[in-house]
Design a protein around this ligand. Structure first.
Ligand code: FAD
Ligand code: FES
Length: 274
């Protein structure tokens, strides 16, 4: 009998069904599988004899799971050598998710880098629920922008910001988001991206008393709450279980949020400026 996805003991071996190059550094890897994953939740991918790593669900529809992955280090370099038909292990989904208020009319989503992936999935669910979506996407340069077409096709109101001004407005995505918040009224703001960007957005939302949800990435090993690797200073909460998605208020009580994170060996790594 086939074991359903969502059990925690073992990864399920799945062939790669399709690979799509999304930008200069990110590819979406598709798998034919049903998964009860909500936006913001993640799976753990295993490449035998290499490692296991967490990735957010980017696409989850009609029996297809998509993970949008940046090529950054040993694991992802190996993944980027795999072809359609090659197998990887997948277990999950795990963690908390972005929650939509049933009475929400208009929401703001702010994504940087591959952080746009889980938010694009959230935007699709919000549109389906009849909620208007404003979406700010940011990247260092035009070549690194993600999902412009996916979001335009969805008819989300898109605001693009690049650090070098090669597409959209020049500057940080936080500035674009701040301008949106000045002009419009939002029921909630959803944020996923580099942690210093997230911290700034959490502060901006607190200043305007707009509810905010943010995804906090921490180094993960088990992914389901038993190893303690992903605990954050401030509360000791496990970001694989109580997180990764938490409220802005909760995030700001974690003393390491926007200050440092820990490596696989537990060493602190401070963010730039700390
Ligand atoms: C909840 C969550 C969701 C994520 N979603 C995505 C996604 O959708 N797309 C994507 O490209 N990346 C995602 N990541 C990050 C991804 O797991 C790492 O970038 C990846 O593991 C890098 O591995 P590497 O060997 O290629 O690079 P490395 O050189 O080993 O690592 C590069 C950086 O990635 C981070 N990292 C490495 N290993 C882990 C780990 N086990 N757990 C968490 N972070 C790690 C560290 O910050 C490290 O400095 C997510 C991480 C978390 C925690
Ligand atoms: S990764 Fe093991 S407790 Fe979170």
């Amino acid at each position: 009998m086939e074991r359903p996805l969502g059990t925690i003991e073992q990864p399920r071996s799945l062939p790669i069904k399709k690979i799509v190059q999304e930008n200069a550094n990110v590819r979406t890897f598709y798998f034919a599988t049903e998964m009860k994953a909500k936006p913001g939740q993640f799976v753990i991918m295993w490449i035998p004899r290499v490692d296991e790593k967490p990735f957010s669900v980017s696409v989850n529809e009609k029996g297809t799971l998509g993970l949008s992955i940046a090529d950054v280090g040993r694991f992802t370099h190996k993944l980027f050598t795999l072809k359609v038909g090659d197998y990887v292990g997948i277990r999950g989904p795990y963690g908390s998710w972005f929650k939509l208020e049933p009475r929400a009319k208009r929401i703001l989503l702010v994504g940087g880098g591959y952080g746009v992936a889980p938010l694009a999935y959230l935007a699709e669910q919000a549109k389906h629920a009849g909620i208007a979506v404003d979406f700010c996407i940011g990247a260092r340069t035009k070549d690194l922008l993600m999902f412009e077409k996916r979001l335009r096709d969805l008819k989300a109101t898109l605001h693009v910001a690049t650090d070098d001004g090669s597409a959209g407005q020049r500057g940080f995505v936080t500035e674009a988001a701040n301008a949106c918040m000045e002009k419009n009224t939002y029921d909630s703001v959803y944020v996923c991206g580099p942690e210093m960007m997230e911290k700034k957005l959490v502060e901006l939302c607190a200043g305007r008393t707009i509810p905010c949800q943010v995804s906090i990435e921490r180094y993960m090993k088990c992914g389901f709450g038993i190893c303690g690797q992903c605990c954050v200073d401030g509360s000791g909460a496990r970001m694989c279980t109580e997180g990764p998605v938490v409220t802005g208020e909760y995030a700001s009580k974690q003393t390491e949020f926007g200050s440092y994170h820990r490596t696989g060996s537990g060493m602190k790594q401070y963010y730039h400026g700390h």
